[in-house]
Design a protein around this ligand. Sequence first.
Ligand SMILES: [Zn+2]
Length: 311
Amino acid sequence: MRTTAELRRLHAPACGGEFVTTAFGEHGARIRVRPYTLPFWEAFEQLCASHGYAIRRDDTGSYNCRAVTAGIGYSLHAYGIAVDVNWSTNPYARRLVTDLPAGLVSDVKAVRTKGGHQVFRWGGDYSTFKDPMHFEVVASPEELASGAAGFGRSSQRELPAGAKARDWFGIGDKGEQVRCWQAQLNQASRAGLAVDGAFGPATLASTRRFQSQARVQVDGKVGPVTRAAMRRALAPRRMVLRRGATGDAVIELECRLNQAMLGSQGFPLNPDGYFGVDTEAGVKLFQAARHIDVDGIAGPQTFAALDAVAT
Ligand SMILES: [Zn+2]
């Protein structure tokens, strides 16, 4: 099996060369990959569908121009040959935690080029830390050019109309972005919300109050304008967060790190509101990726860098 270093060489350059963005699965996820890998990601999608496994939009992704560790090299995500699938249920961890059906994993590993080369390696098979969200292409561009054995479609597809990712969330939505928003509301306006990740009536009322105070459209939907207003509201009241810190500010930091580092190895953090070893490691990874001082302390520079990559 090829080493990561060989794969980097075969699919160079990192963070450059040709990429295509395509729909992935049936729930609005998108991936940005090398064009010659597309037929194989389509095969991957078809296998997920045939095993009844849904690829989620909010925790699936691919491209990320990020060095693994300063000076060592780029993650294969920077080459458009790796995809992270449903990372909240397939976390990077010391032991294997996954909701991928075993049959699906073995079918994916069995995908071959017409020339008989194995196409995918699974991060759940890594010997030290397990990365079950992670699938990477281990065949060369030339091997992939022969096409996928047994899988028909091969040309690039456009996103179907209406599959465009929604850029707001609101009443009835659940998940980490809601949790992060609740923690932000608690900081910005002492909303006293339960930070439970479920956007219910209390979160709606607080959102509307915040929108009114911030003088943005009061529609109860948290879109780019409202999120930007929140970043402005919080900027002057940022505290320096370090090991041992707890509370809403830490929950917000943890989920914002997760959002900023989507799909990077070592993420996501568990947004538990406790700034422990994991949170510190996450801050350091983010700082290294953004080329700011790597001290593991979230201060003004780190928050400014988080704001700079937020949407
Ligand atoms: Zn990955």
